[in-house]
Design a binder for this molecule. Sequence first.
Ligand code: GLN
Ligand code: ZN
Length: 755
Amino acid sequence: MTKIHNLGFPRLGENRELKFALERYWHGDIDQAALHATAAGIRQRHWLLQANSGLDLIPAGDFSYYDQVLDTSVMLGVIPERFGSSIDLDTYFRMARGQGRDGKPYRACEITKWFDTNYHYLVPEVDLNQQFALSGSRLFDETRELQTLGYQPKPVLLGPLTWLWLAKTTSDFNKLDLLDRLLPVYGNILQRLAYQGVEWVQIDEPILVLDLPIAWKNAFESAYNRLQSCPVKMLLAAYFGELGENRSLACKLPVAGLHIDLVRAPEQLTAVLDNYANHKVLSLGLIDGRNIWRTDLNAALATVITVRERFKGELWLAPSCSLLHVPIDLEHEDALDPTIKSWLAFARQKLTELEILRLAIGEPAAAEAKLIASAAAIRSRRESALIHNPAVQAGLAMIDGTLAQRKNPFPVRREQQRSKLNLPSYPTTTIGSFPQTPEIRKARADFKRGLISESDYVQHMEQTIELCVREQEKLGLDVLVHGEGERNDMVEYFGEQLDGFLFTANGWVQSYGSRCVKPPIIYGDVSRPKPMTVRWSQYAQSLTDKPMKGMLTGPVTILNWSFVRDDQPRSTTAYQLALAIREEVNDLERAGIPIIQIDEAAFREGLPPRQSHWQAYLDWAVRAFRICSSGVKDSTQIHTHMCYSEFNDIITSIAELDADVITIETSRSNMELLDAFIDFNYPNEIGPGVYDIHSPNVPTTGEMIALLKKAGERIEPDQLWVNPDCGLKTRQWQDVRLSLANMTDAAKALRLAAG
Ligand code: GLN
Ligand code: ZN
């Protein structure tokens, strides 16, 4: 009998109930009992929802008050010394947020992206003498909660190798040396679950889809050899990509079952079957846990039938990965176009798909009507006039080498830009946004709700721009910006004005802790009906003689922060976006804007898990950027900005973007991130961020001079710009004024010193 199961469910609740309870708890508005009650209510609701979808095994322990990696660290007793030794809920929140309820500040644990998702986990910290001890009982308690409801739990554990891989060491030593001490705790956990009557435990080891050094592969073998004596069955879950050269390792580990991702890597199926033993359980991840489109159930069924012919063991069906990365329920999205809505599936609908799939295997006749409906929805999506736009197709067909190529190479452009812009050495600028005050947010919200007229809104925004321009003039900045007051979010703002996008009312996805994002859905051909930013930039330029920088979000970032259609390659959607942004770039130039910044904040995070796939991504991502930026004259200066600047391994591609100026995040690493630029000899201009905008601290002129001198050791001073790390929208004006005044002073000091 084929079983269906799920790898994990979103935690915050359809209406983000957990988010609000957490934030109230942090503010001191509710007590711990109330927070726990909300959490227990959400868990129970989600379990019942999953049970009602007919799941044979329901995940437990996938819930979290903040993050599952942090939960694992705490369960293993890994609490950095600065947080003390108790493991209560407030310690947990201090690790996550740098603050408990008492408001006392701590250095929070680092936060970083979970594989290639937009979910962030808290980085475990381990030291040479790290000890491990089973701490807390949340996993066991939640497992019992689910058992009490009368269902078969499948507790979810982050595997020892993946947890260790993600950890950072506080001194220089080999993390794998800790494994001997770590495994007994995993042994204890498994023992205890077995004792509680658990049959199956899901152990997540997503690093099996990465390129692993040989020592780590060997460690997998020895670790699972040791754990196999535990009296539970282990389902090893590998997702987000293909097992690749870890395939035979994964297939041969002494565990009772293996889950593979057949959405991201359908082509790995045959090779897995070649390696896999018939007495084990094979779990097929057939429903996309990373995107929101309905599954082609007929295709999935065909896959299952093929597997059945070759594989005689027990077969399980599941989403490709945890459903954490999709919104919960499509049902209440009343404002969506009904046709488009019929193409979509959120977490709840995905579980229903799983149920249909199982029915179709056992009783094809019973499932027939549902399979036909699914096929009809898929066909409707492919054929719908809603998604096709002949003009966009014609535009794509015109893309050739010249479209992605500036007229002349950088040295020629630089001369023209220098004589046109006439900037001093060490030119100063900002990354785009200025503080989003409550008044700005209110004006936007009022306009959206129809409480104020368009002309009132425009007037309000123009006043905001004027204030922002005057402030920058007073500060003596060289290249000004309009401040981005009209933008709620750097992707949403553009998505709302482009065709081919739609927005949900409640399609929230957890980003970190209580923070959620509501990614736009790119469902059809992308085009730009009319200019999106020109009026604001043009107005800003009309107020000043200083050069105004137009601000756009780049195609790769829009793509990486959206749910993207899966009926064509991502590169094709990226090119469509690129053509739309290119029109905007050209319009800005025509409107007299001399400098245009195309932000690619999420350029690096789109890199696929395996290095062998990097180049293909980088090729189209670079091309998409260049399509946007190459329609302008040599004298128009193109900037780009990237937040993550660990560029060592992709520096050639960064250079191939051929932006005239790139501004990046470097201040927190003390300019060490610039090391990539030493050996490579980066040809164009660079603004290494000299002040960390994520901190409320005001940087001194001296600190910034020191950073710039450091940068000058790695990059020709002639190539350097002076700017903050990132946009200023989350900061307060009073800090921004002081910080930027110090920053412009630092630039002046360097000019003086240079004579
Ligand atoms: N231009 C954007 C801003 O200043 C860039 C934001 C970002 O890089 N995340 O807000
Ligand atoms: Zn940034």
